[in-house]
Design a binder for this molecule. Structure first.
Ligand SMILES: Cc1cc2nc3c(=O)[nH]c(=O)nc-3n(C[C@H](O)[C@H](O)[C@H](O)COP(=O)(O)OP(=O)(O)OC[C@H]3O[C@@H](n4cnc5c(N)ncnc54)[C@H](O)[C@@H]3O)c2cc1C
Length: 460
């Protein structure tokens, strides 16, 4: 039964990948019942949602506890618009790697056990999702979502003045392990629609394409190059979206520096959002897009989302004319580190620490990331100005976001984007607006519904 479903899904991947064009997925100007919508969270997911909801004519208020938009996990992420690389962290290979990771202090994944039932429940669900069927299921639903997202980003860039160091400079994924490269190459062979967009390269071809990788000569077993992949600065896009949303005939209202303390429920509906200072904002409909903060906002509502913070780190390295930095985005597959050139700096990002909601920037993790970057691109990194950062990925065990209505209430969720929030934000916002308007969603969305997060159903 599962096999049959997956076979259908595989067919669906082919159909979707070959037929998705930007023109098919423009957000048309559409009319639905105009509402007063309160949206909690001014990260990339909340702002993209505000963009899509305003296009439908709604009066939108965006609330965020931070003084500035994009101050949470959207602030200094890896910068990759990774439309073709959407495989979740939950992978059968992960199980074999866990013992090695537990022993190494500089491992890309770190786990610190806590007396926290939410951590253990999430971890158990994550381990259950580390199987081939679930991985394929997530890939099959995430790929159309990411391609839909790409089409909407192209539309945004074509229609509006948004400056965010956006570039289509391609991505090279390098493999240091022959087995890893072989399995990526086989996947390419078996998936003809990927073969049009991706190429398997040997080491010398990788170095010819990206000379800045010269230091790794002898260590690269192969690479997969995707010329059309894109990158950009997520924080700058948040700022650009804010500027855009404040303008025009129906400007979005921003309540920044305002913590949401609770939701005022009555007869199964949210009547108002309670802010600090006990001010209540009345609302027709509420959207939670609050990243890792979404779990607390839902507490006591009877709706549970399986989101746990998976902490990551980044470095923003200032470039000078002497810096030997890669021109294209690079992913070091085994080390789980991504590199993207964003304007005058190189963004280096990685690590997946399951240590609770701890945002401390730990010196040892920054040292590991810096050492990785130095080993790959050169000692010039030691003399460069580096801005370190850490952020909490709002991760679901399956890696799939949740875009759904909470029961039959007027509360909607756009949460759980994990490692792919920048990539998926526009598509998720499009889906959310479609569902709120009662329109047929642009792509199948069953795997992004709350009901699909139940691990028992995942395995059914
Ligand atoms: C190291 C790292 C690298 C990454 N690299 C990439 C990448 O290359 N490509 C990619 O696609 N994704 C990447 N990601 C993932 C991406 O950054 C996230 O998925 C995305 O930023 C999540 O956006 P969000 O809007 O849901 O959350 P956030 O950006 O965290 O926004 C949520 C907002 O809600 C607000 N909030 C929460 N609770 C409340 C409350 N009670 N009241 C008021 N406001 C509240 C917060 O202040 C915050 O501003 C990376 C993540 C990390 C950590």
């Amino acid at each position: 039964m599962i096999r049959k479903a997956l076979a259908v899904r595989k067919g669906y991947i082919s159909a979707v990948s070959s037929s998705f064009t930007d023109a098919d997925h423009r957000l048309p100007e559409r009319k639905s019942r105009i509402m007063n919508i309160t949206l909690i969270g001014a990260g990339i997911v909340g702002l993209a949602s505000a963009w899509a909801l305003r296009r439908d004519g709604h009066a939108v208020t965006v609330i965020d506890a931070a003084q500035e938009v994009g101050a949470g996990t959207s602030h200094a992420n890896g910068g990759q618009l990774s439309y073709r690389y959407i495989a979740p962290l939950a992978d059968p290979d992960v199980l074999a790697k866990i013992p090695g990771w537990m022993l190494r202090r500089d491992a890309p994944v770190r786990f610190r056990p806590r007396f926290d039932p939410e951590q253990w429940r999430w971890l158990l669900d994550f381990l259950k999702a580390c199987n081939g069927h679930d991985k394929l299921r997530s890939v099959a639903s995430l790929l159309p979502l990411s391609l839909y997202s790409r089409a909407l980003v192209h539309q945004l860039v074509a229609e509006e003045e948004v400056e965010f160091d956006y570039q289509r400079n391609g991505k090279l994924v390098i493999y240091r392990d022959a087995k890893g490269f072989e399995s990526a190459r086989r996947l390419l062979e078996r998936t003809p629609e990927l073969a049009n967009e991706q190429h398997a390269l040997d080491e010398s071809a990788c170095l010819a394409l990206e000379p800045a990788l010269e230091r790794l000569r002898g260590a690269i077993r192969g690479g997969i190059h995707t010329p059309a992949e894109e990158a950009g600065d997520c924080h700058k896009l948040c700022l650009a979206l804010e500027r855009l949303l404040r303008k025009g005939a129906n400007p979005v209202r921003f309540e920044l520096g305002r913590q949401v303390r609770g939701l005022h429920w009555s007869e199964g509906r949210i009547r108002a959002v309670r802010l600090d200072g006990d001010e209540a904002l009345e609302t027709d409909l509420c959207v939670i897009a609050a990243g890792v903060g979404s779990v607390d906002l839902l507490r006591g509502s009877g709706h549970v989302v399986p989101i746990y913070p998976v902490k990551g780190y980044s470095l923003s390295i200032a470039l000078t004319p002497q810096s030997r930095a890669p021109a294209m985005s690079v992913t070091d597959f085994e080390r789980k580190v991504v590199y993207a050139r964003l304007g005058p700096s190189l963004r280096v990002a990685g690590m997946a620490d399951i240590v609770g909601a701890d945002e401390t920037i730990r010196a040892d993790r920054i040292a590991t990331l810096t050492a990785e970057a130095r080993a790959s691109f050169g000692d010039w990194i030691d003399g460069a100005a580096i801005t370190p950062w850490s952020g909490l990925r709002p991760a679901t065990p399956s890696g799939r976001p949740i875009i759904d209505r909470a029961g039959d209430s007027n509360l909607w969720l756009n949460v759980g984007h994990g490692a792919l929030g920048f990539t998926l934000a526009a598509g998720c916002a499009g889906l959310l607006a479609d569902r709120i308007a009662g329109r047929e969603p642009a792509i199948p969305d069953a795997d992004f519904r709350l009901s699909s997060t139940d691990p028992e159903r995942t395995h059914a």
